[in-house]
Design a protein around this ligand. Structure first.
Ligand SMILES: Cc1ncc(COP(=O)(O)O)c(C=O)c1O
Length: 408
């Protein structure tokens, strides 16, 4: 029997046997404790086997695996709809473009954005034709806190949920999979939320993203916007087709859309990743709590960011901010940690108003002074966090920090 004629179960067994040979894909194996990389692969044998099946079936572009992933992700977040795209940045863009298309936001309208976030948290607002207004972040959550009258794009930075409230709350949950505020998962707290499934995140589709929402009209608008403006995947397709009998429904375009689709190869990863997330989160949160306690006990001139009351921290990465009178500067501390095999990064884009790209935004405002964002910019850093880390990695970090300051 040639390979093309193999039964689905024989083919699945052959793929499983092939993948089994790669012991390195044991996603639950603890990471070696002699270094602290920024991220470790969150996928295992099942994801790779599913992707090989997709390849062998010839199902590469957006199809049934993306649809299954969307259903599973919406259910996990606790909303009606998830619309998958090719990155978290694309998710932000289609979310905002969809809200504009429906008139829920108007071009030129002000949207509050935290001064500390990822670059595209800010850029997507400007790209959608809105006016970002940068507001300083809270020193304990590094996000927006409290009540706002204007629409808000709250960024849940490095897994710490922002408790911002607004009549139009939008969430950048790209690095906060499974974080909660008052028992509600982020991405389901407002009108819509954006997620990233880039390689280094809690779970990954290699590159990928999704928007979550309970708003059926918004979900339909985003299904068109992510795929050329096409009518194809909309729940209201029949009505729209009936309104335009003169146009071949196969090429009926109803939005001024983009092409930001998620390939089915990525969906193949996603369907298996969702069920791994609760276990990953337990380990990340346990590490976060233990590392915070261990490092606080050292009384070093820096602060860490323990989980806040009423929230569940998703522990995407482990941020620290040096005290203003620290004897070590941020670059000095980073160099000492890197020398011990501990990878470091600045806290995302830090103060986005100080990035050169800020000057390129066509319209942007500052809500006021940005002292916390400046502290993060000048003295903040993060190290990696992973489901594959444990107390040994916490000990490595604590020891390296203590040694760095002993020599200061
Ligand atoms: C808060 C935040 N927003 C947006 C993004 C962009 O996601 P992507 O890299 O998938 O475009 C990231 C990426 O890490 C992020 O952390």
């Amino acid at each position: 029997m040639n390979q093309g004629a193999a039964s689905p179960s024989a083919r699945a067994a052959a793929i499983a046997a092939l993948v089994e040979q790669f012991g390195a894909l044991d996603v639950d194996a603890p990471a070696p404790a002699d270094s602290l990389p920024l991220a470790l692969a969150p996928f295992g044998k099942e994801e790779v086997a599913e992707a090989i099946s997709a390849l062998l079936e010839g199902q590469l572009t957006m199809g049934p695996r993306v649809a299954a992933f969307e259903r599973a992700w919406a259910d996990y977040i606790g909303v009606q709809h998830a619309v998958a795209v090719n990155s978290g940045s694309s998710a932000l863009l289609v979310m905002l473009a969809g809200l504009i298309e429906l008139g829920r936001l108007q071009r030129g309208q002000r949207v509050i954005v935290p001064a500390v976030g990822w670059s595209t948290s800010l850029f997507s607002v400007a790209q959608a034709g809105l006016v970002p207004v940068l507001a300083d972040v809270d020193p304990d959550s590094l996000g927006l806190e409290g009540d706002f009258d204007d629409p808000v794009l709250a960024v849940h930075l490095l897994g710490c949920p922002s408790r911002a409230r607004s009549p139009l709350l939008l969430e950048d949950a790209c690095g906060a999979h499974g974080a909660e505020v008052d028992g509600r998962r982020v991405g389901g707290r407002g009108a819509a939320g954006a997620f990233s499934f880039f390689f280094s995140h809690h779970i990954s589709t290699v590159e990928g993203g999704a928007v979550t929402t309970d708003d059926a009209e918004l979900a339909d608008a985003m299904r068109s916007l992510r795929a050329h403006g096409w009518v194809r995947e909309r729940s209201d397709k029949a009505a729209l087709v009936a309104q335009h009998p003169e146009i071949d429904e196969r090429f009926l375009f109803v939005s001024a859309g983009y092409n930001l689709r998620m390939p089915d190869l990525c969906g193949a990863f996603g369907v298996h990743q969702v069920r791994r997330l609760p276990g990953f989160l337990d380990r990340r949160r346990a590490n976060h709590a233990a590392w915070c306690a261990q490092i606080s006990a050292l009384n070093l001139p820096l602060r860490v960011f323990p989980e806040l009351p009423g929230t569940t921290h998703a522990a995407f990465a482990f941020p620290m901010v040096l005290d203003a009178d620290s004897p070590l500067s941020r670059p000095q501390l980073c160099a000492r940690l890197e020398a011990r095999g501990i990878s470091t990064r600045p806290i995302s884009g830090a103060n986005l108003a100080r990035q050169p790209a800020f000057a390129r935004l066509p319209a942007v405002e500052l809500a006021g002074p940005l002292p916390v964002a400046d502290a993060v910019h000048d003295r903040g850093l993060f190290v990696g966090q992973s489901h594959a880390f444990d107390e040994r990695h916490g000990a490595l970090l604590a020891e390296a920090l203590a040694e760095a300051f002993r020599g200061a």
